[in-house]
Design a protein around this ligand. Structure first.
Ligand code: NAP
Ligand code: MG
Length: 504
């Protein structure tokens, strides 16, 4: 990823092509049908790169959430094809969904790029294929979910075994940075386990979720198994958290909203899993392959315009390797320019909104006022869309706000350290613990440091890779619960113990 990112992006103008994709006017998707919101209200989703309205989206509310939950409950409790479906058939449905994502990949990539402002290169090479792969991966699971038989130590004779059962209705609330991929990470394992779903995409990026809803009809997913409510977090998202008919909330988003969800879910004791923010350290030791480390550091922070929860946004560099690392980083970052997200050569697209751009730019000012200097970038590009130069702040210390707070944009803070002990101590000095990267040629040091970093994922001599088979999630304020891999099967099942007395 990191290497491709630095491929020729020079000379791409910020001239923007008109939207080609023509999504249907948005409706809610409830009980297998596209319906208007009860209020009849709609809101607009825009292309952040141009400011143009792409489509009207139905504005749900608590009443619509209730209808969606009822549809999902009915499908879970009574749904004749779903409740008693042979796991083999559930596998086939998941596989069919992956095939349909692949068959419609071009359209889905374009929709994703229009709605988010991310480069079409990224949506077509990463977001959409990885979403299809996620459904493929979980298509293998329904036939392998099993309980165990346990030796009874209580005395007497008994047969004790466990069954893994679906939890019920899962409310899934996702952010705007990787819309279809975040949907896939949540929907695929939940379906594999036999749950039903009410999904709320982020208000800025509902288009691929609505298109996916159409694909569920084409795949033959029974009505009510998957429902989509489009709207805003404080209304519809909160109504989901409060609804007693939802058994579990799976959330990806900010720390603040994560805390609110946890508090809200306490009232009905819903199961909760949270994937929250990050301020991931990318630790470069002087004995690393510094050129490769610098190349990958760019991908680690500038992929998806830095709107990435795992962004390697705190780059710790050991003093002895500092000058060499920084000269490669500067040279390559200066070559990256932003451009029309629909242009296949663009590697840096538009940020999601004016509000977000203002927030990210404000962090550049904060960094300067704290004593950091702008080594590269630091400026907005043009006045159309929300493009920003890739930005590297130097002279940062770990206690500065630009090192402690999640910026969620193309801004890296570079922090110098004198020896490994200091590097690891400062890297751990953060409220977050989502991911970390370590660069060194010393294999022993790499593994020793990997043990000491407090993060859910530690990359050694690479950065930002994920795989559908590999668990993903955070330590500390980055949340809890692990998505992907076998771990997500635990997130979406209950364990039931069955105790059979065999005495006499
Ligand atoms: P956000 O503001 O927390 O929103 C995330 C989702 O929650 C959106 O669908 C939002 O709805 C909804 N929401 C907002 N307020 C709510 C409430 N009171 N009750 C229920 N739902 C509510 O986050 P964001 O700004 O969209 O996304 C960026 C954040 O996500 C960053 O912190 C990033 O690190 C994190 N993230 C984490 C991961 C991970 O896997 N750990 C992955 C990607 C992103 P509306 O926006 O429609 O109002
Ligand atoms: Mg949009």
């Amino acid at each position: 990823m990191a290497e491709i990112l630095t491929a020729a992006t020079e000379n791409i103008s910020v001239e923007l092509k008109p939207a080609k994709a023509n999504p249907k006017p948005g409706k809610l998707f409830i009980g297998g049908e596209f319906v208007d919101a009860l209020s009849g209200k709609t809101f607009e989703t825009r292309n952040p790169a141009t400011g143009e309205v792409i489509a009207e989206i139905a504005e749900a509310g608590a009443g619509d959430v209730d209808l969606a939950v009822r549809a999902a409950q009915k499908a879970f409790e009574e749904g004749s094809p779903w409740r008693k479906m042979n796991p083999r058939d559930r596998s086939r449905l998941l596989w069919k969904l992956s095939e349909l994502i692949r068959a419609n990949a071009e359209e889905l990539s374009e929709l994703e790029t229009l709605d988010t402002g991310k480069p079409i290169f990224e949506s077509s090479k990463f977001d959409i294929p990885l979403s299809a792969e996620c459904f493929e991966y979980y298509a293998g699971w329904p036939t392998k979910i099993a309980g165990e038989t346990i030796a009874n130590t209580a005395g007497g004779d008994a047969l004790v075994y466990t069954i893994r059962e679906p939890i019920g209705v899962c409310g899934q609330i996702i952010p705007w940075n990787f819309p279809l991929q975040m949907l896939a990470w949540k929907v695929a394992p939940a379906l594999a386990c036999g749950n039903t779903i009410v999904l709320k995409p982020a208000e800025q990026t509902p288009l691929t979720a609505l298109r996916f809803a159409e694909l569920t009809l084409e795949a033959g997913l029974p009505p009510g198994v998957f429902n989509v409510v489009t709207d805003f977090g404080p209304t519809t998202g909160k109504a989901m958290v409060d609804h007693p008919g939802i058994d579990k909330i799976a959330f990806t988003g900010s720390v603040e909203v994560g805390k609110e969800i946890m508090r809200g879910a306490a009232n009905t004791l819903k199961r909760v899993s949270l994937e929250l923010g990050g301020k991931s350290p990318n630790i470069i030791f002087a004995d690393a392959d510094l050129e490769t480390a610098a190349k990958f550091a760019l991908g680690g922070i500038f992929f998806n315009q830095g709107e990435m929860c795992t962004a390697g946004s705190r780059i710790f560099v050991e003093e002895a390797g500092y000058d060499e690392f920084m000269s490669v980083l500067r040279g390559r970052a200066a070559k990256m320019i932003a451009g029309d997200p629909l242009h296949p050569k663009t590697r840096l697209g538009s940020l999601i909104s004016q509000e977000h751009l203002d927030r990210v730019m404000n962090y550049v000012s904060i960094g300067k006022s704290e004593g950091a200097s702008v080594a590269i970038g630091g400026e907005r590009i043009g006045s159309k869309g929300f493009f920003m130069k890739p930005t590297v702040l130097e002279g940062v210390t770990n206690s500065m706000r630009v090192a402690q707070e999640e910026i969620f944009g193309p801004v890296a803070s570079v922090i110098k350290f004198k020896e490994p002990e200091e590097g690891i101590r400062e890297a751990n000095n953060s409220q977050f613990g989502l991911a970390a990267a370590i660069w060194t040629r010393d294999i022993k040091k790499a593994h020793q440091m990997a043990r000491r970093v407090k993060a859910g994922t530690v990359w050694i001599n690479t950065i930002s890779t994920t795989d559908n088979a590999v668990p993903f999630g955070g330590y500390k304020s980055s949340g809890f619960g692990r998505e992907l891999g076998r771990a997500a099967i635990d997130l979406y099942t209950e364990t039931k113990t069955v105790w059979v007395d065999l005495n006499g």
